[in-house]
Design a protein around this ligand. Structure first.
Ligand SMILES: NC(=O)c1ccc[n+]([C@@H]2O[C@H](COP(=O)([O-])OP(=O)(O)OC[C@H]3O[C@@H](n4cnc5c(N)ncnc54)[C@H](OP(=O)(O)O)[C@@H]3O)[C@@H](O)[C@H]2O)c1
Length: 366
């Protein structure tokens, strides 16, 4: 995951789509209702669906995709994008480093998204909100580096602006310049809202104050948050987001597949995830996975939909699960339009509390 994911990947380093509904069965109606409930990103004017789709795996060969990218995976990623838009989830999260040569990827995720949007536009206007991120690489200094990287992202995305531009992680130095660069990007009309990612409470408050002096709201902080990674509840980040009116965007919300119930001690994930979600870890996770499944059955919902709903129920949280194919993307929409009961939310937290969280992205503590 974060380290998992991010450590390996980096370490080595407006509007609503018209849902294309084939039928209006009762479940479809609830999906439409859920999707229509859009939320503002912090104090910005940008409104997004209560859930987005993460595009890290699109084009990535450092952590995902068994280190290989081929035409079949490309088609599956494109189908995930289309299924997401079709089900009304039009908030897509990417980053300049996803799939980039910097991290040893095959095709930049931004380039893929740009081509998916272009392709879809052939059939009519496409309503999509794109969020991307600036990589705070040590050799990037000053506010101009932010605007310059954003322009390169926009070129890959073939867009004139994005809805949200985020600092992917705090830099080793130069962070005030990066925040100033975010403000410049807003004033230049290159982005509608700005946010940070992997920011501690102190960094979050500093960034908020610095932007506020220019009357620019800090819209979001994107951090690792799931039922089994509740560090934002413990390190003050969730409370600070609520206090400041900053949206918490939750990454790895389904623990990279571990919370979906499809991985078991007998069938653990392969590749880098296999080192985190080991058979031992999955054995300890079983009581929680069983309870998630039981609760889901009462609602006619899958485990994936239950754990995403749990996050949405925390309020001021927009999860961005990653989808590799159309089926996964379509399933996410079923997390909207209903709500777990308060006692179920607390029971799941309690059952989850008996486990140690996995190791997070170390930059959270910078
Ligand atoms: N800011 C940061 O530092 C940071 C860090 C990490 C991620 N992110 C963002 O957050 C997004 C989500 O995080 P993530 O992709 O790492 O983890 P995630 O959303 O918790 O898990 C995504 C993975 O779960 C599996 N999956 C998805 N839907 C499923 C379903 N319905 N049923 C069963 N399995 C399913 C897929 O992998 P398999 O099919 O291979 O199992 C998929 O790649 C990323 O795409 C990225 O945009 C940001």
């Amino acid at each position: 995951m974060a380290l998992q994911a991010c450590g390996l990947a980096f370490g080595l380093l407006h509007r609503r789509a018209t849902p294309v509904m084939k039928s209006m069965a009762s479940d479809d109606v609830s999906i439409i209702r859920g999707v229509e409930e859009k939320v503002k990103l912090g104090g910005s004017e940008v409104k997004v669906t209560k859930l987005g789709t993460g595009a890290w795996s699109w084009g990535d060969t450092t952590y995902w995709n068994e280190f290989q990218w081929d035409d079949r995976k490309l088609k599956a990623a494109k189908a995930a994008f289309n299924a997401s838009i079709d089900s009304g989830i039009n908030f897509i999260d990417t980053a300049e480093v996803y799939g980039s040569w910097i991290t040893g990827g095959a095709v930049n995720s931004e380039t893929l998204i740009g081509s998916f949007i272009k392709e879809r536009q052939k059939a009519g206007p496409v309503d999509v909100s794109v969020a991307t991120k600036f990589a705070a690489l040590p050799w990037r200094l000053g506010r101009r580096s932010v605007v310059s990287a954003l322009k390169n992202s926009l070129a890959r995305l073939e867009l004139s602006s994005v809805d949200l531009y985020q600092l992917h992680w705090p830099g080793i130095w130069g962070n005030e310049g990066y925040i100033d660069g975010l403000g410049d990007a807003v004033e230049m009309g290159l982005v509608k809202a700005v946010g940070v990612s992997n920011y501690s409470e102190r960094r979050l408050r500093d960034a908020y104050t610095r932007l506020k002096a220019r009357r620019i709201p800090l819209a979001s902080n994107q951090v690792n948050y799931s039922l089994i990674y509740r560090i934002p509840e413990e390190n003050g980040v969730k409370a600070a987001c609520d206090d400041l009116g900053v949206t918490l965007i939750a990454y790895c919300p389904i623990a990279q597949g571990a919370l979906t119930g499809k991985y078991t001690p007998e069938n653990p994930p392969t590749g880098p995830r296999g080192r985190i979600y080991t058979p031992e870890f999955l054995t300890k996770l079983k009581p929680l996975l069983d309870r998630i499944k039981d609760i889901g059955q009462n609602y006619g919902k899958t485990s994936t939909q239950v754990v995403l709903n749990w996050l949405i129920c925390q309020e001021n949280v927009v999860p961005i699960p990653g989808a590799k194919n159309a089926e996964q993307a379509a399933e996410f929409a079923g997390a909207l339009g209903w709500k777990l009961k308060d006692w179920e939310i607390e029971e799941l937290r309690k059952v989850a509390s008996s486990k140690e969280p996995v190791v997070g992205f170390p930059v959270e503590k910078l």
